[in-house]
Write a protein that binds this ligand. Structure first.
Ligand code: KG4
Ligand code: ZN
Length: 331
């Protein structure tokens, strides 16, 4: 099977080709236009997708060295995401699938992130735990099998990625905030400031990051850099508070489920400190991360999951073109 994936849930315009479980091309065009606004402007993002989709899909097909007529199906992100940007991708995908007379598979973006781990470790076995950490979600899932998922905990306010993005804005760093804070934190001492680890005193596997962001805001209000304490120290301490909170909850979820496999999914999975520190939790636990380019939004995970869904359904499935975008889609 040769499956084209299209991803436009936020500000990455992405297309990829999966051929029998192997990604043979993956193109991601990050929309730089939002940088000057310090965050994604939905209307501009939709227009950018509209402008970029044709060339990004064309590049994915060319780099995969296939012809457009070789495509068996198209997988497209249905949600969650921004309403307008999702619609741009879905409309493009439907037009192309109709023109080619092939199937179309609506894909849940969150499920795509989880399945990116099978690209990193094809022999990954069920069941496993999943820490899903992106710009809009922070959740711990029990993944028992395909289509059999149980939510163990989630954030009550900001997502971990959002905490990085808002923290970076407070510190006067760029967008997206995660990589910027990570870069700044490299020179800093994570033990300099004791930012709060919220909800660690509670048994629940839920998270909360808005109080941490507020404590950074108050701390930084009167901050003046000296030789003794630098912005890098603040960034490193803030990053460590997020990472340690995530890891502590994962640790508890592993004890609760007695699982010995855990995958990390979503943009924050690209964070080096998280990748290093989580491995210290327990040498018996197998921690899996997607390769860096498949942590943040991409279409490889969409094409890969679309092919799995295509192979697991009857041949009449996915001929229905009447679906729309679902901005609040849950797993
Ligand atoms: O999965 P993703 O690309 O988009 C959503 O589905 O939301 O995640 C984006 C989030 C952003 O909040 C970004 O700051 C964060 O992932 N992120 C990182 C890193 N790279 C991206 N957070 C921490 N460290 C990173 N290296
Ligand atoms: Zn995402």
């Amino acid at each position: 099977m040769i499956v084209l994936g299209i991803e436009t849930s936020c500000d990455e315009t992405a297309a990829a080709i999966c051929n029998n479980g192997k990604i043979i091309s993956s193109i991601v065009s990050q929309q730089v236009i939002h940088e000057k606004f310090g965050g994604v402007v939905p209307e501009i993002a939709s227009r950018e997708h509209d402008f970029l989709l044709n060339q990004v899909v064309d590049r994915a097909i060319t780099e995969a060295k296939v012809r457009i007529s070789d495509l068996d199906a198209i997988g497209v992100t249905q949600g969650p995401g921004l309403s307008g940007t999702l619609l741009t991708g879905i409309s493009f995908a439907k037009g192309l699938a109709l023109g080619l007379g092939i199937k179309i598979i609506p894909i849940n973006h969150l499920e795509g992130h989880i399945f990116a781990n099978f690209l990193a470790q094809p022999d990954l076995e069920y069941p496993f735990l999943c820490l899903l950490v992106s710009g809009g979600h922070t959740q711990i899932w029990q993944i028992k099998n395909i289509n059999d998922y149980r939510l163990l905990g989630e954030t009550r306010d900001d997502a971990a990625g959002e905490a990085f993005d808002k923290g970076a804005r407070i510190l006067g760093l760029g967008y997206p905030g995660g990589p910027e804070i990570e870069k700044k934190a490299k020179e800093g001492n994570p033990l300099k400031i004791d930012f709060p680890r919220i909800l660690l005193d509670k048994k629940s596997l839920d998270f909360s990051f808005s109080g941490l962001k507020t404590s950074l805001l108050y701390y930084f209000d009167n901050f003046e850099e000296t030789e003794n304490i630098t912005v890098s120290d603040v960034a490193a301490s803030y990053q460590m508070a997020i990472v340690e909170t995530l890891i502590e909850k994962v640790k508890r979820a592993l004890v609760k489920t007695k699982y010995n496999r855990c995958v990390i999914a979503g943009g924050v999975a690209a964070n080096t400190i998280l990748r290093e520190k989580i491995k210290e939790v327990n040498p018996q636990t197998d921690f899996v991360f997607p390769e860096l380019s498949f942590c943040t939004d991409n279409a490889a995970m969409i094409s890969f999951l679309a092919e799995i869904k295509l192979n697991s359904q009857s041949s009449n499935s996915f001929s229905d073109f009447s679906f729309g975008s679902l901005p609040n889609l849950r797993l």
